[in-house]
Design a protein around this ligand. Sequence first.
Ligand code: ADP
Ligand code: G6P
Length: 474
Amino acid sequence: MRQNPSSLVVVANRLPIDDSVAPDGACEWRRSPGGLVSALHPLLRHTPATWVGWAGGTGPAPRLPAIDGVRMHCVALTAEDLRDHYEGFANATLWPLYHDAVEQPEYHRRWWEAYQRVNQRFAEAAAAVAEPGGLVWVQDYHLQLVPRLLRALRPDLRIGFFLHVPFPPPELFMQLPRRAELLRGMLGADLIGFQRAQAAHNFAQLVVKVLDLPATDRRIGVDDRVVRVGAYPVSIDTAEMAALAGRPDVTARARRLRHDLGDPQQVILSVDRMDYTKGIEQRLKAYSELLAGGDVKVRDTVLVQVAVPSRERVGQYQILRDRVEREVGRINGEFGRVGEPAIHYLTQPFDRAELAALYRVADVMAVTPLRDGMNLVAKEYVAARVDDTGALLLSEFAGAAAELEQAYLVNPHDLEGLKQMLLTALRASPDDVGDRMRAMRAHLHRHDIRAWARSYLSALDQTGSLVTRLGSTG
Ligand code: ADP
Ligand code: G6P
């Protein structure tokens, strides 16, 4: 059955829902954790759009109902695609390379073949559902070839591309055996968006160096077209998170959580996907040294570490999880007491209300990635602090640090610096904490997810009709 074509099509590797098994054994659908989905899902709600993506399994594509008015168009991946495209080229080649090569990227020719094949499939799916002259917005590193492939199939479309992760400096990108094809793939778009101006600069430099095209940080000439490039820092639905965090049941839940944690003087919280880019091990080491040195005491201060498993079949992720769990066990064994663990370690996915309650209970939120495109958890924490309390400890290497300048900024590679800044955040005066939080909340109020979409889409959609429609939803 052919569905009606859409004027806005979002193409992302992942659909906003994930199949998972309910306690009674039935298959259930829930929102997938991850920044891309957190950003786009609230934005598109009630917009007549189609989301083209993968539902998280292998085998034939399931037929999915529309969610909040957004049509779901599922692209199937075979077991081989999953291994070589998603786990391979996307998450064991590009992901580590784009995050400062904090883990060694791997290069395999078979993975590249799968990347091309899966990108072609996504391009064909988008071509099939976009209305004539419609707008297609391609997302993230899994699909860098789609803009060019789609333009070949449907030259009538306006095509946007947005990269949620960092775009690396030339000396790292140059390692990629198929670097020219990846750049050409992105240049099929009319507008290429990055999180930060530095990424746009890196991209322009590479286009000159590898493809010998005329390029500035804002405009690139390709054949007879001009491709525009820019920085559009992604955000969150600030008002939604604030409303959730202020709900009486969430406030009550936060109180209950604090009580269940033993009513400590201070709660430190971290919420991450279990990923080696998030600096979880460095943070645990800092915390453990503070405990060992007597700077913090388990009875007064607890750490809640939420680390939802991610990309679990990729070797580097398995190794990380083992190491983190061994370290949490060691720290609890050494510093905890009966009924008083030093770290409360949780690996479950939570619904938005439970996350909001956790944010409300945290006196200090420790967000210390080694490298991160943006980090929406940091923004969610700020949005949830409706009473202007709470200290945000934030890595300089998260995209969010460029905007949340009033956070307690830290270099997570510097263990002593990390320990000192964590203590500074724990011991800061309420006035200092309040001034910083107010400034960050004011920033997020102006720069929310709708402002992001408006600025990106108005640059892409010169007729402006779509932007007007998005602006009126919510
Ligand atoms: P990344 O995109 O690398 O995962 P971000 O911080 O940008 O990092 O986004 C993570 C998103 O996933 C946030 O919106 C956060 O609320 C969500 N998330 C993280 N952990 C969980 C969890 N345990 N349950 C539900 N959502 C989670
Ligand atoms: C990051 C990426 C997203 C991805 C998310 C979750 O935010 O930029 O594209 O969806 O992580 O990762 P996963 O592999 O589960 O899709």
